[in-house]
Design a protein around this ligand. Structure first.
Ligand SMILES: Cc1ncc(C[n+]2csc(CCOP(=O)(O)OP(=O)(O)O)c2C)c(N)n1
Ligand SMILES: [Mg+2]
Length: 1008
């Protein structure tokens, strides 16, 4: 055990640069002001008077001493220029302390030790603060004098104790490779103008709440030194919630998270470490050079997860959901989830033996990306499910997905009162040190932790910190000192733990889980180790980190370190350690011997079930039911006052509710969501400003103009949970979260809406790696719906395109649905169909902007009451199909531009058909449409997007295959462009007009 003295020696060589001493300095000044105020309130500035009024409760709460508790007759202290101490409640501030420069050089002269007996009656010396000519001291003033001499010393001691709590982690021995901790200037007594000699004379009880009699501050600091500067570094000083900080200090300093392990527990820990290491060493020998992303160097992750799962179960969890990247994943798959060795070894033997839970339909994925589900039985508690989410190579992007999965499973039922139970599912995110510090999705996800829409009751983050990212050193990979520093901004407690100290690693988990259970908030463990091999096992790390790898080669494994420790303690013998190693190796050899007989569990039956189509014949909703929903949305409770302008707008929904009246987009959406809720289907709608709707068309949540209360009318008819949340200004993490949520909740309607469709490309990784390919890679089902406002409306290159072409390019093997509805009724049926049909698939909707209020883009209630979503819509303006020779096919908003064009009648031989479902390609419906027009001589695909964008390159070849050979097929579109749309509205009109005329086969002016 190292003592404080050792630490101090180390500190002695450092230059003091930190100036966070203000608190203790200001306290001295504040106390003087307090006393001055007591004598004459008018003599202190107004802001001080505020602090001291009403008996000075505020000041006393800040740690000052009421003047009447000190002797009277103290001379005025000459005020030093200083500012009011901040009221963060953490500073020592128990007394005045002598002025000292915050940037004092190292080792200032230590003051002489104060007399600490409060009863001592020695008169103060002339060097004491009593000014010449002051009244003679009374008995009470001698006690005050004594206090006055003691308190500065106590103040100095308190500041030092505080410094240990705040900065002690910078002396912790967290690097297994033995690098020197950086230290911190404030950890020297000299920094505060005190000395060990002085600290030995102050009873610990003056500074600590709980301390032993006879203990001095010096003794207590020695203990603190051991706590704060051992194998765990504790970083809590950045938390803004002081209840949490106090709780953490209490736990850490009382050692509650580090109960001594029993011999059995130690042997179990050794066994787990031996299994973890044995597995990697076996694979290393048996499959030399094959990638496995070994965990060696941070092996303790596996027993850490054991305890985490056990603690989660004890706190009432039925599931732990883990997200992690490649590093150590195979070890976690087998030892944490329980995938048999045989199944993993089969993966190494060759693809032909893929099987069991790893055998998903489609392309599948490499072995270190697979997800899996297992269960653990915890003694005395029962079973707990442990899920490892599949993840792509894209580091950290699985984070929001895992949180979404966790939240969806935290709901116990679909009932409308159902609230997520954060104790039921514990999310765990395992990060890489390079990726955590540098991938933006990490910050996006951390920011969600305390938002009601995304709250999961705390995520346990573990950085598997091997101090390197591929070949990049931390110095080139981040601007922060610790890899974990980002988490500080989110007020997350952080512990750094040396991965070679197995028992300390366990303690870190115990603290993390106790914190989550108590506060329902995130906690981060920075597991500091090393990487024994290259980035993967085919890499030569010495090319780039030669010195470090020479050191690592000579460094004992954690199994060696811990077994040596247990042998020395007498917990195990040499022979037992050797037997344990042999046993681990033998189990793996046995599994390998039988790998070719390995009979994987076939779970494909489940997938087949999920693929059995359920297609509702009609998605219409009976009129009386629609009426009930409508009334609910226009009836507000007594005493609730919505905004009058808004209420006039929404109030119209009551008057238009009759069979032939036109209803708009927002109205149809409300009725669709209401109908699903009435049928007991939960709906979750999130995105930026979705409660109102970017275009002010939704107003699903009302605000009382008098008191700000909110009211959600649809809840009055709901028979299921309705979650409607405005999201943070984030796309990647929010779509990732909703994707995960939809994977976890297969019945719920989960909708994410973009502010404008353009912004979906911020989340391109989630679209590419999860939404479009999760099913084929991992068998992951989702019915997430993305509403992406799209359309060329003269608003510039941005705000025009949801990049339809990108979604269509990703479509294959029936992986998702891409739609572009043009009427409220079509949208109504589409939403309902998405909720009611199987197989589940993600759905992309090119959503309207101007069509939200377009007088022609309306539907009737009758259209909602019957029928369903039409893949293709014929031209309703065509009176005689026999006259039609030209068929213009288009999708979306441009349809209305055609019908409203002032030369539309000149092209009476042309019909404009709408392709409302783009993928899966509606070949049959298009064929039917073409058959309507027997005299067809030409077909044109028309789109407002440039030729290199929109649906053209997707739909062109498909139409060509469908349109009769003798009928020419042409395209009308903006020319190929690097940017989707014109920056000027006038240019937009010209370009749009050119497309329309070309499609209708009319010559025309195209100038500006
Ligand atoms: C988004 C993304 N960019 C780049 C890569 C390539 N890559 C794979 S592993 C790796 C290094 C990761 O370092 P770290 O996060 O420290 O994890 P470690 O491999 O050390 O466990 C990189 C750059 C990737 N997988 N994902
Ligand atoms: Mg790393």
């Amino acid at each position: 055990m190292r003592t404080l003295v050792v630490l101090l020696k180390r500190m002695g060589t450092r230059t003091v640069t930190d100036d966070t001493l203000f608190d203790s300095q200001n306290a001295a000044y504040a106390q003087a002001m307090f006393e001055e105020y007591a004598r004459n309130p008018d003599s202190v500035p107004a802001e001080w008077r505020t602090l001291f009024q009403n008996g000075g409760a505020l000041a006393i709460a800040e740690g000052l001493i009421a003047p009447d508790q000190l002797a009277t007759g103290r001379p005025a202290t000459s005020p030093a220029p200083s500012s009011l101490r901040t009221s963060d409640g953490r500073g020592p501030a128990t007394s005045p302390s002598p002025p000292a420069s915050p940037k004092a050089p190292v080792e200032p002269e230590a003051p002489s030790a104060p007399q600490l007996d409060p009863d001592e009656s020695t008169p103060p010396t002339s060097s004491d603060s009593t000014a010449a000519g002051a009244p003679a001291p009374s008995p009470s003033s001698s006690a005050a004098d004594s206090l006055r001499r003691v308190l500065p010393a106590v103040s100095r001691a308190t500041a030092l104790v505080q410094a240990f709590r705040d900065h002690g982690h910078r002396l912790a021995r967290i690097d297994p490779l033995g690098s020197e901790p950086p230290g911190h200037p404030q950890l020297s007594p000299a920094f505060y103008g005190t000395s060990m000699d002085e600290l030995r004379q102050i009873p610990a009880s003056f500074v600590f709440d709980h301390s032993e009699e006879d203990q001095s501050v010096a003794d207590a600091l020695t203990e603190l030194g051991d706590i704060y500067t051992g194998s765990i570094g504790y970083e809590f000083e950045h938390l803004d919630d002081h209840l949490k900080v106090d709780w953490l200090w209490d736990k850490v300093e009382s050692g509650a998270h580090r109960p001594p392990l029993s011999s059995d527990e130690k042997r179990t820990l050794l066994r787990r470490i031996s299994e973890t290491e044995g597995f990697e060493q076996f694979l290393h020998r048996a499959y030399l050079g094959q990638k496995r992303f070994s965990i060696e160097g941070t092996d303790t992750l596996v027993p850490m997860l054991d305890l985490l799962i056990e603690d989660a179960a004890t706190a009432g969890a039925n599931e732990v959901v883990i997200g992690m990247a490649h590093r150590g994943r195979l070890n976690v798959l087998t030892h944490t989830i329980g995938i048999p060795y045989g199944e993993l070894l089969a993966e190494f033997e060759g693809p032909s033996l893929k099987g069991g839970q790893l055998n998903v339909a489609g392309t599948g994925d490499v072995k270190y990306h697979h997800g899996a589900k297992g269960s653990r039985t915890i003694n005395g508690i029962g079973e707990i499910t442990v899920t490892l989410a599949p993840n792509p190579s894209h580091l950290e992007f699985v984070n929001p997905v895992v949180l979404g999965m966790a939240r969806s499973r935290q709901f116990g039922s679909v009932s409308k009162e159902s609230q997520p139970n954060p104790h039921a599912v514990v999310p765990v995110l395992i990060h890489g040190d390079a990726a955590f510090a540098a991938e933006g999705v990490v910050a996006e996800t951390l920011n969600m932790a305390r938002l009601p829409a995304y709250h999961v009751g705390g995520t346990i983050h573990i950085i598997v910190n091997n101090q390197v990212g591929f070949t990049t050193d931390p110095a080139d990979g981040r601007s922060t000192f610790y890899s974990s520093d980002l988490a500080k901004g989110y007020g997350i407690p952080i512990v750094h733990v040396n991965a070679d100290d197995a028992e300390a690693c366990i303690a870190a988990v115990r603290l993390a889980m106790a914190f989550r259970t108590h506060f329902g908030d995130d906690f981060l463990i920075d597991l500091v180790g090393y990487r024994r091999h290259g980035h993967n096992e085919a890499d030569e790390p010495a090319y780039t980190q030669p010195l470090k790898y020479a050191e690592i080669e000579a460094h004992p494994t954690v199994q060696e370190i811990y077994s040596t420790q247990l042998i020395e303690e007498g917990t195990v013998t040499d022979e037992q350690v050797a037997a344990l190693r042999d046993e681990c190796a033998q189990r793996l050899r046995d599994a390998q011997d039988h790998v070719r007989e390995y009979d994987p569990v076939d779970d494909s039956a489940t997938d087949e079930f999920r693929e059995v189509p359920i297609v509702p014949e009609s998605t219409g909703v009976a009129l009386d039911r629609l009426e009930t929903i409508n009334s609910a949305t226009v009836n507000i409770p007594e005493g609730f006052t919505p905004h009058p302008k808004l209420w006039r707008q929404l109030g119209r929904r009551a008057s238009v509710f009759s069979p032939n009246k036109a209803i708009d987009w927002g109205h149809a959406e409300t009725l669709a969501i209401g109908s699903l809720l009435m049928e007991g289907i939960p709906v979750r709608l999130t995105g930026q400003d979705v409660q109102r709707g970017t275009f002010s068309h939704r107003h699903i949540v009302l605000h009382d103009v008098e008191n700000g209360h909110v009211f959600v009318p649809l809840r009055q008819v709901a028979d299921a949970r309705l979650e409607v949340y405005n999201s943070p200004l984030t796309e990647t993490a929010t779509i990732g979260f909703e994707y995960g949520y939809s994977v976890g909740a297969d019945t719920d309607v989960v909708i994410w809406e973009a502010q404008f469709g353009d912004f979906v490309n911020v989340a391109q990784v989630i679209i590419d790696q999860f939404l479009s390919s999760g099913l084929t890679k991992w068998g992951q089902y989702s019915r997430l719906t993305l509403l992406l406002p799209h359309g060329h409306e003269g608003q510039g290159p941005e705000h025009s395109s949801a990049r339809l072409e990108r979604f269509l390019q990703l479509c294959a093997e029936d992986n998702m649905r891409v739609t572009y509805p043009t009427t409220p009724a079509q949208y109504f049926h589409l939403l309902r169909r998405q909720a009611l049909r199987r197989p589940e698939r993600p759905m992309i909707v090119m959503a309207p902007k101007s069509l939200l209020r377009h007088p022609s883009a309306t539907s009737t209630i009758d259209e909602l009451a019957a029928g369903g979503f039409q893949h293709v819509l014929p031209d309703p303006t065509v009176a005689d199909p026999g006259e039609i020779t030209r068929l213009v096919l288009c999708s979306g908003k441009i349809y209305y531009d055609f019908q409203a064009h002032d030369r539309r009648e000149e092209a009476s031989h042309a019909a404009v058909g709408r392709v409302e479902l783009l993928y899966p390609f509606p070949g049959a419906a298009l064929k039917e449409l073409m058959d309507l027009y027997p005299k067809l001589t030409e077909v044109v695909w028309a789109q407002e997007e440039p030729r290199n964008m929109g649906a053209l390159t997707y739909i062109g070849p498909r139409l060509r295959a469908l349109v009769p050979r003798k009928v020419p097929l042409s395209y009308a579109a903006r020319p190929e462009q690097a940017s989707p749309a014109e920056g000027k509205a006038s240019k937009h009109l010209v370009a749009q007009n050119a497309v329309l005329l070309e499609a209708l086969g009319l010559d025309g002016e195209t100038e500006e």
